[in-house]
Design a protein around this ligand. Structure first.
Ligand code: TXA
Ligand code: MG
Length: 339
């Protein structure tokens, strides 16, 4: 019985994937799953569909899109000057949550790269995404940013894709919850030394081990505009979010207790516990960085719908493995305590 049900589900999914491929080929936009977050896709050869991504997301046109494809051999179709270090990395981590930036080939249009001569490339590790890309065939790719409005939380399940996005695409292809749950790690190979542009699904030290080389960290937090009144620009939930060190959090809770806010506290250390007190809700987060990253967006999406006045987050450990989580919390927060 269970086997029949899963075969039926797989057939349904195959039909959906074929339909999604047809839509892309006819110049439509779709939302599709990857192992990191859901993407808002267009066939790279349909410039109208590519341009529509920026309209749907309300994203500035000079923000480049990642090119997703299925076959490692095709890397030299999309990029040139591929260094041996870049090759080593993709051979180790593709398919997987790694995007590399390389000089673009003539096959990548400038509308994809925001006018730059470089391109971001990735082979995603999700069976639905891979089937979709394989149906499209060689010398084809799907360009996609995360399927959220500019400045908002990335979706890690089909249900997280907002009405504003889903109403403007031809299909939302449901591939279940994303197994990584944070965006890909981005490494640029466009300078003499490799650079980390965004921490993500693969920890930096794992990358440095494979490269046998230090990677320069150049994370850009400029799109986190924290000035009052610029809340719409956050990479964030709608609910105001504050991140406090363990000691400062206690104090902040006391302060807010006097002000009757509906508050939720996400903690990870044993200083707090879920049974705790009063009218504030305490939720335990995983104390492992990979698990924490996996649950973070899903938790924030859920809490956003519950309409709390404020989310307080206990600062996770200041250790290298937590870099991606710290980065996302910094972007999402209205307040990020400086220790
Ligand atoms: O996990 C992911 O990477 C997801 C899934 C859908 O693949 N995609 C994603 O896309 O997070 P997006 O557009 O939300 O973030 C991609 C980041 C942007 O910050 C963009 O500026 C950077 O990648 N990027 C893309 N191409 C680039 C390039 N040529 N040079 C520098 N940065 C680039
Ligand atoms: Mg994004």
């Amino acid at each position: 019985m269970a086997i029949t049900a899963s075969i039926a589900k797989a057939e349904l999914l195959t039909e959906d994937i074929l339909k999604a491929a047809e839509l892309l080929q006819s110049g439509k936009n779709i939302v599709f799953p990857t192992e990191t977050v859901y993407g808002l896709g267009a066939d790279i050869t349909h410039s109208t569909a590519v341009n529509r991504i920026f309209e749907i997301k309300e994203r500035p046109a000079d923000h480049p899109l990642i090119v997703h494809f299925a076959d490692l051999e095709q890397i030299s179709y999309w990029a040139k000057n591929i260094s041996s270090q870049a090759r080593k990395l993709v051979e180790n981590f593709w398919p997987g949550p790694l995007t590399i930036i390389l000089p673009k080939s003539k096959h990548v249009p400038y509308c994809v790269t925001g006018g730059q001569d470089t391109v971001g490339l990735r082979i995603p590790d999700h069976p639905v995404a891979i089937s979709l890309l394989k149906i499209l065939g060689p010398q084809k790719a799907v360009v996609a940013p995360s399927a959220n409005r500019f400045g908002r939380l990335s979706p890690t399940s089909a249900a997280h894709v907002s009405e504003e996005i889903s109403s403007k695409v031809s299909m939302v292809l449901d591939g279940g919850p994303c197994k990584v749950g944070l965006e890909s790690t981005i490494i640029s190979f466009c300078d003499p030394k490799p650079r980390l542009l965004r921490p993500g699904g693969i920890p930096l030290n794992t990358i440095e081990e494979i490269l046998n080389q230090k990677v320069t960290v150049s994370i850009n937090h400029n799109n986190n505009l924290r000035a009052p009144g610029m809340i719409a620009s956050h990479y964030a939930p709608r609910t105001p979010l504050e991140v406090w060190s363990t000691e400062a959090l206690d104090h902040r809770i006391d302060e807010l207790l006097a002000q009757e806010h509906r508050i939720v506290i996400l903690f990870w250390s044993d200083v707090f516990n879920s049974g705790q007190q009063q009218r504030f809700k305490y939720l335990r987060m995983p104390s492992d960085p990979v698990d924490y990253g996996h649950h973070l967006y899903a938790k924030l999406h859920h809490l956003d719908n519950e309409r709390y006045d404020r989310l307080l987050i206990e600062m996770p450990p200041n250790l290298p493995d937590w870099l991606a989580v710290h980065d996302r919390l910094k972007r999402a927060s209205h307040h990020f305590s400086i220790r």
